[in-house]
Design a protein around this ligand. Structure first.
Ligand SMILES: Cc1cc2nc3c(=O)[nH]c(=O)nc-3n(C[C@H](O)[C@H](O)[C@H](O)COP(=O)(O)OP(=O)(O)OC[C@H]3O[C@@H](n4cnc5c(N)ncnc54)[C@H](O)[C@@H]3O)c2cc1C
Length: 386
């Protein structure tokens, strides 16, 4: 069995880390890392054996995101967003011959998939669409003012949410798999941001057309609740954990260097380093517990649609997005100016800027408002080990 984590570690340390500063400075696509991920066949790992893939599980993907996040958060985020799209196809494409053939192509050609859920007019409310699928003679067309499509220009295909028909209400959505050959992208706005600069999340006017068979058969409401939302929150949290892990590693290296300068004297940052390490452990436990919960629920649509599951997955996202910033902040205090400067081995500016995107990436306030409604409908909390 292939060791995906070792492969990711090699890509991270040998390639992603080397280019991370330049990717960030120039806000450019991390082409070297993505080429290395493709070379090691890491893009198609979720595709089942029946469609020519190795059939890895979500735990493998989560682990790869965690590893990549330690070297280049933009690379990790691109990999994570790609795998969210792949999991939607794998879990909801069903026996559709179009989706199975596309999955096979994805493995063979190591296709990179992007996502167009955000849209002008609905803000970050991904459960509403303005654009609609227009059908004619078994074919469709759609046009979307997509405010953000990460690495849209460098992707090989895009999963697009839209209303089921032009008559459907905003929340009656489907998700359509659009290979790049069936899409045109007209640039609307650039991506000169605080962090996650290498994701190149430009806005586009997206036009797509193709066969109706490209529409994923299940409603987007189910795809979102059962797969897109939990997978997103897991893979994002894993890579944010990766950012925090590297920040603590840099702080530890700083304290070690200080300790070597004055043997026998505990460096002042050591206590705060211990505190950051304990927070990191808490964040890691939260990610692993949520992962195990998702794996346990995977076989049952009822479990995946249950209130406590949705609350747990939302809470994972809001908690890890905040913890990542807190832990990087702690590490910054430990290493002080050496971390604040952009030109030392202990620099943490990029980590902090990248981590700040976490709370906005589907705004925490929006998720908390949704969780609040679910929490009010919840009866008792389950037992500790239930
Ligand atoms: C690095 C990165 C990559 C991304 N990549 C993609 C991508 O590839 N494809 C894609 O489709 N999208 C992508 N997005 C967009 C993302 O998923 C969100 O849609 C987007 O960040 C939301 O933007 P917003 O904050 O302007 O909008 P909103 O979520 O509308 O928030 C705007 C403001 O309204 C407030 N607000 C809104 N609703 C509520 C509510 N219900 N309760 C309380 N407050 C509320 C918020 O506090 C916020 O201040 C990406 C975002 C980031 C940061």
């Amino acid at each position: 069995m292939t060791d995906w984590i070792a492969a990711a570690r090699a890509v991270g340390s040998d390639v992603a880390a080397r280019h991370a500063e330049d990717v960030d400075r120039q806000a450019r696509f991390p082409k070297e890392s993505l080429a290395a991920l493709k070379e090691r066949k890491l893009l198609g790992i979720l595709i089942p054996e029946r469609d020519g893939g190795p059939g890895a599980g979500i735990a493998d993907v989560v682990s790869v995101c965690h590893v990549l996040g330690q070297y280049c958060a933009a690379t990790a985020m691109i990999y994570a967003m790609h795998q969210i799209q792949v999991s939607c196809i794998v879990r909801h494409g069903g026996d559709s011959s179009w989706h199975r053939a596309f999955a096979k192509r994805l493995v063979d050609e190591q296709l990179l998939l992007a996502s167009a859920t955000s849209e002008a007019g609905v803000g970050g409310d991904v459960r509403s669409s303005v654009c609609a699928v227009e059908e004619k003679g078994g074919r469709f067309s759609l046009a979307k003012q997509a405010t953000v499509i990460s690495y849209g220009a460098d992707s090989d295909g895009i999963l697009v949410t839209a209303r089921r028909t032009p008559q459907s209400p905003a929340s009656d959505q489907v998700i359509v798999v659009v290979p790049k050959s069936g899409a045109s992208l007209e640039a609307l706005q650039g991506w000169d941001t605080l962090g996650m600069r290498g994701t190149c999340s430009n806005g586009y006017h997206l036009k797509a057309e193709g066969e109706m068979a490209q529409v994923i058969p299940k409603s987007y409401a189910d795809v979102s609740a059962q797969t897109m939302l939990p997978t997103s929150h897991l893979v994002w949290s894993a890579l944010w954990l990766g950012i925090a892990t590297d920040a603590v590693a840099r702080a530890r290296a700083f304290v070690r260097a200080e300790a070597r300068k004055k043997p026998g004297v505990m460096p002042p940052g050591a206590v705060r380093l211990a505190e950051a390490t304990s927070q990191l452990q808490l964040m890691k436990s939260n990610v692993v517990a949520a992962l195990r919960r998702y794996e346990a629920a995977l076989g049952s649509e009822d479990s995946l649609s249950a209130l406590p599951f949705a609350i747990a997955m939302n809470s994972l996202k809001t908690a890890s997005s905040q913890m990542a910033v807190q832990i990087v902040g702690q590490a910054l205090l430990v290493a002080g100016l050496a971390a604040y400067r952009n030109d030392t081995p202990f620099s943490l500016g990029r980590h902090l800027r990248d981590a700040h995107s976490a709370a906005l990436m589907v705004n925490n306030d929006r998720i908390l408002a949704n969780t609040a409604q679910l929490v009010l409908a919840l009866r008792d909390d389950p037992e500790l080990l239930a």
